[in-house]
Write a protein that binds this ligand. Structure first.
Ligand code: ZN
Length: 412
C-alpha cells in the first residue's frame, strides 16, 4: 500500500486541487458524488494535499498565512461509497497506516497563527497577527528552522474524517449555525462559517447538482455528528473509528492530515499541517447507531504512539487574564490560562511568545479538564513533554537558561 503501486485514490502534489484526476471536495452535502467504491474488508490507499490545497509555501514569510483563502478549505479525499452501508449503520474505519508523500512538496509541514481578520485562533486577543513556522521531516521526527532546540516524533492523523450528512441533518446544522451567527453577525472573527458558493468544490458533480452543493453545502470548519474536523490527535496509525451512517454508501471523506498536533490545536492553523497518504480498511455494524446509542463518533486509539513519559504540567483556572473576573466553571477560560501560563514560562528561556504559542499548538502536548465541579473554578491542565527540548526546561535553583532560540516567520 502507501504511495507505491496500489494507490486506489491518488493525488498529485505538483498539480492544483481542481486539476486532479479524482477531484477533491470541500463541502458536506448528501449529493456530493461518490469518488469511488470500496468493499468491507478491503484495504485501500488514499492520498490528499494539505488542508489549504498548497496555499502555504516552504519559505520564511507569513504573507501566505495572512492571505490564505479559507473559503477553499478543507480539501478532502472522497467521498467513498462503502458497499452495504445504510443509514443507521455504524461505519468502522481502521486507519491501518499513514505516511508522508515523496518529493519536496510532500516533505515539509507548516504551522500558522491566523490573523484576527482571517479566523484568528484560541489566543487571538494576545496574538492577532499572522505568523508561520516550517517543519522538515526526518522520518518519524520533525524539526523547524524557526524554533531552536526542539525536535519531536509525530503522532500523525487526519484532522478531518467523517461521513456525508443526510438532507435532514444538513438542514439541522444550517439552522442552528445560522441562529448562532445571527446573534452577532458583525463579530471579527465570525462566530461560525456559514455556507458559501465561493471557492466551493462539489467533487465530480456538474450542473444543477453542483450548484446545489456549492450553495447549501456545510462548511468543513467544525466537527459535527458525522465526525468531520474534530482535530483529534489520537486518530493515528492503528486506530479504529466508528462513524454513524446517514446516507446510502456512507460517503467517507477525509483530509487535513497532521504530522503532529497538540490537544486543542490552539493556533487554529495549528498542527504540523501536511499532505499525506493513508491506508484504510472499512467494515459495517448493521443498525449499530441504535444498538450502541451513538450520537457522535467513538474511537479506539491505536497501539503506536511516540513514547514521551516526562511532562511539565501547567494549571489554569477559570479566572480571566484581563479583569481577573471569575467565569463560572468555564473550561475554555481555564484552558486558555493554562496555555498562557506555559507560554510565559517558555519565554523565560528565550523563546518568543509566538514561537511558544505555535509550539504548544503542534507538539505532542496533552490537554485535560482536571476539575469541573469545584465551584466556581474549572481547572484545566496542559502537559508539555520535556523530552522534545534538547536542554533541561524543568525548574531548578539556578533559574532558566536564557538563549537566542531563533524566531518564527512574520509578514514581510
Ligand atoms: Zn489541520
Amino acid at each position: 500500500m502507501s504511495y507505491g503501486v496500489n494507490v486506489k485514490f491518488p493525488y498529485e502534489l505538483k498539480k492544483k486541487p481542481w486539476e486532479q484526476t479524482i477531484k477533491p471536495f470541500n463541502r458536506w452535502h448528501p449529493d456530493v458524488p461518490m469518488a469511488g467504491r470500496v468493499k468491507p474488508g478491503e484495504v485501500f490507499s488514499v492520498q490528499i494535499c494539505d488542508w489549504t490545497g498548497g496555499q502555504i509555501g516552504n519559505n520564511d514569510s507569513a504573507n501566505d498565512v495572512r492571505d490564505v483563502e479559507l473559503e477553499q478549505v478543507h480539501y478532502l479525499a472522497g467521498p467513498f461509497y462503502v458497499e452495504g452501508a445504510e443509514p443507521g449503520d455504524l461505519l468502522v474505519v481502521d486507519i491501518a497506516d499513514i505516511g508522508m508523500m515523496p518529493g519536496p512538496e510532500g516533505q515539509y509541514g507548516f504551522t500558522g497563527v491566523f490573523a484576527k481578520e482571517n479566523g484568528g485562533g484560541f489566543l487571538v486577543d494576545h496574538y492577532p497577527d499572522a505568523k508561520k513556522i516550517i517543519w522538515d521531516y526526518e522520518g518519524i521526527y520533525c524539526k523547524t528552522r524557526h524554533i531552536d532546540n526542539v525536535r519531536f516524533a509525530g503522532l500523525t492523523h487526519p484532522g478531518l474524517i467523517g461521513t456525508l450528512p443526510s438532507a435532514e441533518l444538513l438542514a439541522a446544522w444550517t439552522k442552528r449555525e445560522t441562529e448562532l451567527f445571527d446573534g452577532n453577525p458583525e463579530r471579527v472573527p465570525p462566530l461560525c462559517a456559514l455556507p458559501t458558493a465561493e471557492k466551493a468544490l462539489p467533487g465530480e458533480a456538474t450542473g444543477a447538482v453542483a450548484e446545489r452543493i456549492m450553495a447549501d453545502g456545510a462548511r468543513t470548519v467544525p466537527g459535527r455528528e458525522h465526525g468531520g474536523n474534530c482535530d483529534i490527535k489520537n486518530l493515528s496509525r492503528g486506530s479504529r473509528v466508528y462513524f454513524p451512517v446517514f446516507v446510502k454508501g456512507a460517503g467517507l471523506g477525509l483530509g487535513d492530515f497532521h504530522f503532529s498536533q497538540g490537544d486543542g490545536e490552539v493556533s487554529f492553523c495549528g498542527a504540523v499541517e501536511t499532505a499525506a497518504w493513508a491506508d484504510l480498511k472499512v467494515d459495517i455494524i448493521k443498525g449499530g447507531v441504535k444498538k450502541y446509542g451513538v450520537i457522535n463518533p467513538i474511537f479506539k486509539p491505536g497501539p503506536v504512539e511516540p513514547r514521551y513519559s516526562e511532562y511539565l504540567v501547567f494549571e489554569g483556572i477559570s479566572v480571566d487574564e484581563f479583569e481577573g473576573k471569575v467565569h463560572y466553571m468555564d473550561a475554555t477560560v481555564a484552558y486558555r490560562r493554562a496555555v498562557l501560563n506555559c507560554i510565559e514560562y517558555l519565554k523565560k528561556f528565550g523563546y518568543t511568545g509566538e514561537q511558544a504559542y505555535l509550539l504548544l499548538s503542534c507538539c505532542p502536548c496533552e490537554g485535560r479538564v482536571s476539575g469541573i465541579v469545584d465551584i466556581p473554578h474549572a481547572v484545566c491542565t496542559l502537559a508539555l513533554p520535556t523530552e522534545i527540548f534538547d536542554f533541561d526546561i524543568r525548574p531548578n535553583g539556578d533559574g532558566p537558561t536564557k538563549a537566542d532560540r531563533g524566531a518564527q516567520s512574520n509578514c514581510t
